[in-house]
Design a protein around this ligand. Structure first.
Ligand code: G16
Length: 542
């Protein structure tokens, strides 16, 4: 017998979704009613759910399984007709988006704190994706947040836990639960977009790569596609079994956290190509032999070479990037005669552009690249697009990027993160920057053209987002940008983005830290970083 129980509850403070959903420590999520309140707030905010189908899955981190069971029972109590769950509760973020779109479901719930560490004392997260497959826009997340502040009770089915490990459909009270293979639909989509035969031929010819799944969700996807469908040798995928604690690591594919891969690609006898993905499979880092491709350059190079891939052979409609991402992609858009869009940080801002057919490729400096094939950034997709380009051009990664710079000029770029700083100090620093009147002022050798707090009006739905990061733009087009991260769970993280355009190929080989040294010093001084945060140096440089 199953019955719906209505449980009295009181609101928790701070259930406000950040850049990508609600992310908190596992111990916060494990408090009685905490997850339930948020899930009920979602169900209460997204319209009529009765009779609808929902997608559910996560990156497999600690608490993923328990949360799936709770959400299933709440979905049944809310009246959903069916929930499609990835086998074992596993579903990468881009695969969730793929499945939501393919089966036209009423959106999905994704359990992930992305690149943040996992484990009993680490992070957990939850977000709702809309029926178009993308992260809920701000109007929806605001409604969910407002609901969390007013919630008085939630409803849950009293039932035993359901088996999530065997593929198949079973009943949970009146609701069907379909446990499905989380890889199949996604792999089929990739096969349609890219020239798998050419990539197979590349591997058959001795091309070597390493893919670091960082003990996170992309392991099964990468193993099935790279080693299974594309014939890459066994062992191409490393750290390929998803673990609840990501093997104790920090599943963030950057030069610091993916150091195991970096050492291989910069070591003796390095393979031709290296790539890594994050906790939930939406981020990517791309490396050539002895060569790091910045995410901003990766977007630009993929855009310039997109027509080599069957799924993009007809050309691109437009390219969108987040404001802190370098303008390298804008130069490609200009050359292609297509529009370039500059949005606030957060994949959700690309959704309207993709839905309206205004953009085909999107990218962010935060190791996110994607296209209109789904409505999330997609780590493995980016890797496969690179493989398709490499299979078509048969040149080393470094040569492709250098030739790109020679043609378009180089947007020399770096991001400096100051992690885990005091929140009050971080907010004080941002207020200080907002209060400065810099227009026309000289900072070092640079003159400020303008400075502002980035605001964005969505060209499709007219929604306005303010306070999206402080830009100081100099007369030669160089700029420094300051933002506080919206994905952390402890203290604050200050991100400083530094960019300078370099047309001269004789200077393209310079290390960005050297080439940008003056701007880096200016950024530190104008924001009073050391005085306000006590940090003389950033914790992560990418
Ligand atoms: C999330 C969003 C991304 C965004 C990133 C920025 O990434 O999905 O679109 O660029 O956050 O993070 P922050 O606010 O810390 O700079 P993810 O991979 O964490 O979902």
């Amino acid at each position: 017998m199953t019955a719906v129980r209505t449980v009295a509850t009181t609101p928790f403070e701070g259930q406000k979704p950040g850049t990508s959903g609600l992310r908190k420590k596992v111990r916060v999520f494990r408090q009685p009613h905490y997850l339930e309140n948020f899930v009920q707030a979602i169900f209460d905010s997204i319209g009529e759910v009765a009779g609808k189908t929902l997608v559910l899955g996560g990156d497999g981190r600690f608490h993923n399984r328990a949360a799936c069971q709770t959400i299933l029972k709440m979905a049944a109590a809310a009246g959903f007709a069916k929930v499609m769950v990835g086998q074992g509760g596993i579903l990468s973020t881009p695969a969730a988006s793929c499945v939501i779109r393919k089966y036209r479901t009423f959106g999905g719930i994704i359990l992930s704190a992305s690149h943040n560490p996992g484990g009993e004392d680490e992070d957990f997260g939850i977000k709702y994706n809309i029926p178009a497959g993308g992260p809920a826009p701000e109007a929806v997340t605001e409604a969910i947040f407002a609901r969390t502040a007013a919630i008085r009770d939630y409803r849950i089915l009293e039932a035993a836990d359901i088996d999530l490990d065997a593929v198949g459909t079973r009943q949970l009270g009146p609701m069907a639960v379909e446990v499905f293979d989380p890889v199949a639909d996604y792999a089929e989509l990739m096969d349609r977009l890219f020239d798998f035969a050419a990539i197979r031929a590349l591997f058959a010819g001795g091309f070597r790569m390493k893919f670091d799944a960082m003990h996170a969700v992309t392991g099964p996807y990468a193993t099935a596609i790279l080693e299974g469908m594309l014939g890459a040798p066994a062992g191409t995928v490393m750290n390929g079994i998803p673990r609840e604690d990501f093997g104790g690591g920090h599943p963030d594919p950057n030069l610091v956290h993916a150091h195991e891969l970096v050492e291989i690609l910069f070591g003796e006898g390095a393979p031709d190509f290296g790539a890594a993905s994050d906790g939930d499979g939406d981020r990517n880092m791309v490396l050539g032999r002895n060569f790091y491709v910045t995410p901003s350059d990766s977007l630009a190079v993929l855009a310039a070479n997109a027509t080599l891939c069957p799924g993009y052979a007809g050309g691109l409609k437009g390219i969108a990037r987040s404001m802190p991402t370098s303008a390298a992609a804008d130069r490609v858009a200009e050359a292609l005669g297509i529009p370039a869009f500059e949005t606030p940080t957060g994949w959700k801002f690309f959704g309207t552009l993709l839905d309206a057919g205004l953009a085909t490729l999107c990218g962010e400096e935060s190791f996110g690249t994607g296209s209109d094939h789904v409505r999330e950034k997609d780590g493995l997709w980016a890797v496969l697009m690179w493989l398709n380009v490499l299979a078509a051009r048969r040149e080393p990664v470094a040569d492709i990027v250098r030739a790109h710079w020679a043609k378009f000029g180089r947007n020399v770029y770096s991001r400096h993160d100051y992690e885990g700083i005091d929140s009050a100090a971080a907010n004080g620093l941002m207020d200080h920057l907002r209060g400065l009147d810099l227009k026309g002022k000289r900072l070092g050798a640079y003159t400020v053209a303008f400075s502002d707090d980035f605001a964005y009006t969505d060209p499709v739905d007219g929604s306005v987002s303010t306070k999206q990061g402080i830009r100081i733009v100099f007369e030669d087009g160089s700029r420094v940008v300051f933002r506080l991260s919206g994905t952390g769970t402890e203290g604050a993280t200050l991100r400083v983005y530094i960019e300078q355009y370099e047309p001269d190929p004789a200077r393209h080989h310079l290390d960005p830290q050297d080439a940008l040294a003056d701007l880096i010093a200016i950024a530190r001084e104008v924001a009073q970083i050391e005085a306000r945060t006590g940090r003389a140096e950033p914790t992560v440089i990418t």
